[in-house]
Design a protein around this ligand. Structure first.
Ligand code: NAP
Length: 333
């Protein structure tokens, strides 16, 4: 029994911000299931800033999307047909073949998730690589120590909204976040447990950061790069720790912007470490052992921004690169 589904394909590679012309919504006939495969009706797909980098034909830690082929990324859905004893019909699974309404997935690439206590979309946000990124950044890459002042950029986003709360649990004395606009900065303090919030849209980031962290910063989780990394390095204390998690401010740049003065990192004896969450997936059990109870007792607070329907997925990707989201950007399929 084969049938048709809809997928988003890469139509052209953007120079600068992606537009509607870079995507096509395409109807395709799915192949018959092979032994060991399952058919998933996707219910949610994740929209992540790194996906913009995969639209370029440039070498990176993950291959570019192919022209004329579907995009991919994390998704969850319900198994509607199965040729695997391990993954039965009716199971909810997370997998990596998003950007389509149905996916044919090898059972080995599908993780059965428990939706009896927490909604399926949680596995793309706080219980997905989003949450794991925040946790690893602050435990391994730039470990938080008791009493530290921790600064998180893109703090109202998916990683940042979780990171501030994890920093607090790890013993941070003061947690500062930056976000764009008054609604997001208010949310940082009212909902996500930040002590102080900096609105980067108001300009003078170094001055605002100095006012929010008069004693300096010990740990910086950098999701933005550019002006944010520059300002944070200025404010870092001796032997501070920086987790280089992302640089979203430059993802749409056609030409590289002048970089931060990384000489600061040398003169302050800083440790700057990058990270790719996909290289630390063995840490999921440890992280879930902590994060599931936090979500169940309500102490870890999260938000979702939801766009409806696969047709709106390109708009969601454009939006996540420009701050249209609070918390995790998702598409409900
Ligand atoms: P997100 O924070 O939910 O969304 C991106 C946010 O970036 C936007 O909402 C916007 O928030 C902010 N932003 C965009 N342009 C900006 C600019 N020029 N200056 C300041 N802020 C800007 O996305 P996410 O999924 O949680 O990812 C956050 C970062 O972590 C990204 O850089 C991503 O690539 C990275 N990441 C890395 C790994 C890894 O393995 N290393 C894993 C996951 C995520 P405002 O409205 O507040 O500006």
């Amino acid at each position: 029994m084969s049938f048709c589904t809809r997928e988003i394909h890469l139509a052209a590679r953007p120079a600068g911000a992606p537009g509607a012309e870079h995507f096509t919504l395409t109807e395709v006939r799915l192949p018959e299931l092979a032994e060991g495969q399952v058919l998933v009706r996707n219910t949610w797909m994740s929209v992540d800033p790194y996906m913009r980098g995969r639209m370029d034909d440039a070498p990176s830690y993950i291959p570019p999307f192919e022209l004329g082929k579907p995009l991919e990324g994390s998704a969850v859905g319900e198994v509607v047909a199965s040729r695997s004893a391990d993954v039965p019909v009716g199971a909810t699974v997370s997998h990596f073949l998003g950007w389509r309404e149905h996916s044919v997935v090898d059972a080995a690439g599908a993780v059965v998730v428990d939706t009896s206590r927490l909604p399926a979309s949680t596995y793309l946000g706080p219980l997905g690589t989003t949450g794991l990124t925040a946790y690893l950044a602050l435990t391994d890459i730039a470990p938080v120590r008791e009493g530290d002042t921790v600064y998180v950029s893109a703090a109202a986003g998916a990683v940042g909204s979780v990171a501030g709360q994890i920093a607090r649990r790890l013993g941070a004395g003061r947690v500062i976040g930056s976000a764009g606009g008054p609604a997001k900065t208010a949310l940082l303090m009212e909902e996500f447990g930040y002590d102080a919030a900096v609105d980067h849209r108001l300009g003078d980031l170094p001055g605002r950061l100095a006012a929010a962290a008069p004693e300096g910063i010990d740990v910086y989780l950098d999701s933005v790069g550019g002006d944010h990394l520059r300002a944070a390095l200025e404010a870092m204390n001796q032997r501070g720790r920086v987790a280089l998690v992302g640089a979203v401010s430059g993802y749409n740049d056609a030409e590289p912007a002048p970089g931060p003065d990384l000489y600061r990192a040398a003169t302050k004896e800083l440790s700057l470490r990058g990270m790719i969450v996909g290289h630390h997936l063995d840490r999921f059990p440890e992280f879930l052992g902590k994060a599931v109870p936090w979500l169940l007792d309500g102490s870890l607070r999260t938000r979702e921004t939801v766009y409806e329907g696969l047709d709106r997925a390109p708009e969601a990707l454009r939006g996540v690169l420009q701050g249209a989201n609070t918390g995790k950007m998702l598409v409900r399929l």
